[in-house]
Design a protein around this ligand. Structure first.
Ligand code: ADP
Ligand code: MG
Length: 373
């Protein structure tokens, strides 16, 4: 039998590394946290740049509130947040972040530089902090534009096992592209730009037109199949809006299904099942529609604190949310069917069918959104 070992509390660097492993599992999770922070900072533009699928570099720049110089080191401390104050606040989270762990976690497993300036500060007084593996290397005053730019490099330099198990840059990068695409259409008021290895993949205008954002990001081939959905149930405190594919825009996987609940990109089996039920009479088995759904529920009716990377939520009543979504989608499909001549379906349809239209078009799209490039 093994001998009993004394129990000791781990040094902070070790427990930070352990905790960070749950929050930052991939280049995607680092990028996601940075983009969420930019949204929470009230940015009207968010520019993201990656190199080698984010493994070599992730840079996210925003024009949001910025951070006061005296708060800057605190932003990187574990469990430090400006977004909630007490346990009660967990029941009414209105921001994407709330755990106060992201920056600390990313800085624990990478080299991070943040340059930030608040609106109130005098003209040249931005600040810059550089942290590597949880250790602050430098804090200095620096001239900067209002907002925040975070650059993450050397990701997982101190967790070789994780570094080794990352996928190829192309597939790690594809996950970030997919996430940024979803964010760009969820927040049409924010101008998103994504650059990968020096190439602009897309740039949205941020003028508030969701269908225009979908067209820019996913291409006219996808947009041509879409039908608008909208529904409100004030008794349930739920509303749904978005776009779904008509019966001609189906494909063989669920990959084209985007769900946001209260502004948060999530996966939810109850909603997946609701979509399937709604399409039952409109789609052959094994065929899935594109769905871009933006569901709003009362914050008290959803638990967002069920996943360290915040990729899941738990509805207080999942069956009820599912029924609402199913009913709203079915109503849109039925009314679309009853006015075939007004259909968008025919426009821009590709002969090869919907399956090969789901493609990001790195070369074509920047021209359709020149203002932000
Ligand atoms: P959380 O987002 O859960 O609060 P983070 O570790 O992601 O935790 O960020 C810590 C804090 O740093 C935030 O609460 C916020 O006050 C500040 N912060 C982080 N990123 C930005 C940004 N891009 N602009 C302004 N403030 C930021
Ligand atoms: Mg955050």
């Amino acid at each position: 039998m093994a001998q009993s070992q004394r129990i000791k509390q781990l040094p902070r660097q070790v427990y930070d590394l352990i905790a960070a492993g749950e929050v930052v599992t991939s280049p995607l999770s680092a990028a996601k946290e940075l983009v969420e922070n930019a949204v929470d900072a009230g940015a009207s533009r968010i520019w993201a740049e990656i190199e080698e699928g984010g493994i070599a570099l992730i840079r996210v720049s925003d024009d949001g509130t910025g951070i006061e110089p005296k708060d800057l080191p605190l932003a990187f401390a574990p469990h430090a947040t400006s977004k909630i104050n007490d346990a009660d606040d967990l029941g009414r989270i209105a921001t994407l972040g709330f755990r106060g762990e992201a920056l600390a976690s990313i800085a624990a497993v990478a080299e991070v530089e943040m340059v930030t300036k608040t609106a109130g500060s005098e003209s040249a007084a931005g600040s810059r902090i550089q942290i590597r593996g949880g250790e602050a290397l430098k804090i200095e005053k620096i001239g900067a534009d209002m907002g925040t730019t975070v650059t993450v490099s050397d990701l997982f330099f101190n967790i070789p096992a994780r570094l080794k198990h990352l996928n190829a840059p192309r597939s790690e990068g594809a996950k970030i592209v997919d996430y940024l695409s979803r964010m760009a259409i969820s927040y049409p008021n924010i101008a998103f730009r994504l650059i990968s290895n020096g190439t602009v993949l897309f740039a949205t205008r941020g003028a508030g037109d969701r269908l225009a954002a979908i067209t820019t990001v996913y291409g006219t081939g996808v947009a041509a199949f879409l039908i608008g959905v909208t529904g409100v149930d004030s008794d349930l405190g739920m509303s749904l809006e978005g776009y779904i594919a008509g019966p001609n825009g189906l494909r063989k996987s669920r990959k084209g299904q985007v769900l946001f609940v209260n502004g948060r990109s999530v996966k939810n089996p109850a909603i997946d099942a609701a979509i399937d039920r709604a399409y039952k009479e409109f789609a052959e088995p094994g065929r899935f529609p594109f769905t871009f759904l933006f569901l709003k529920v009362n914050p008290a009716d959803v638990d967002v604190n069920v996943h360290p990377a915040k990729n899941e939520i738990a509805f207080a009543d999942a069956a009820m949310a599912g029924e609402f979504v199913e009913k709203t989608i079915r109503a849109a499909l039925v009314s679309e069917r009853s006015v075939p001549t007004l259909s968008l379906r025919g426009r821009g349809r590709r002969r090869a069918g919907a399956d090969d239209t789901f493609r990001l078009q790195p070369d074509a799209n920047p021209q359709t959104a020149p203002s932000a490039v």
